[in-house]
Design a binder for this molecule. Sequence first.
Ligand code: I6G
Length: 309
Amino acid sequence: MLSLNNAFEDAELTAFDRRCREGLHVEQVDYAGELKFDGLAISLRYEYGSLVRAATRGDGASGEDVTANIKTIRAIPLKLSGDNIPAVLEVRGEVFMYLKDFQKMNAQAAAQGEKEFANPRNAAAGAVRQLDSNIAAQRPLSFFAYGLGEVKDWPANSEKPQTHYELLLTLKSWGFPVASQTRCVQGVDGLTQFHAQIANERDALPYDIDGVVYKVNDLQLQTQLGFVTREPRWAVAHKFPAQEEMTQVLDIDVQVGRTGKLTPVAKLAPVFVGGVTVTNATLHNEDEARRKDVRIGDTVIVRDRKSVV
Ligand code: I6G
């Protein structure tokens, strides 16, 4: 499976667009802008329209066989609908959890005195890798398709998609969920506008994303640009600042308020989360500090509150 180059800054995005324009000898490139879901990348292999194997990305060359668990996900078709389906079809996409499903699952775990998951990505990845597919079946997993791997024998009488956007519509017609936010945009200005628009909508989305992905829309132009090792020259991920990071508790201070109220505060090794550097986290009061059982030297997850719904 392929992996994506990352762009964190505007200069890297401009450089991506310049490389595409120069590689294709054109003045402006049309792109498809998509969401980058915060889940687990999966490859689904269909033969004659039936799901025969599912694998994780692994190191790109070989991943884990997770077929039994993936077959329990209702959003993933076991049989494809429609005619004109290639004899062999590998569909790439992301398994993830909706935030409301994650919260419900964690509330149930807490009520039963079981361990809660740190975030939807870990919960989704853990469920897909479960050894017992009965347990995986109880986890509320979802899926979005975003591309193709190997394809053999595309039926000659069918209309082959010419663009990435048309490919997503074809995947939808075969029964795959695809995200509705995908847009066709022009040039580097279109890319930055798409990024700004999705950054604005991010907190209202029903699932976590960690950025957006831009792809040259014309599939023939993608082939022309090709790859560097496993990274396509025709695509790039534009990441958002992380909404959660791990760090260390360096110390625990007790602050005294004007009314004499005592507030324990965890002093943290600085981490960059949600666009700011965090060095302190309130533990609210003694009861809460004891309930969380936070101690000096612990590894903790700092999560940007904007992203908690
Ligand atoms: O890891 C990925 C997430 C989302 C992707 C991706 C994507 O498109 C929305 N697209 C490609 C081509 C690759 N990884 C390699």
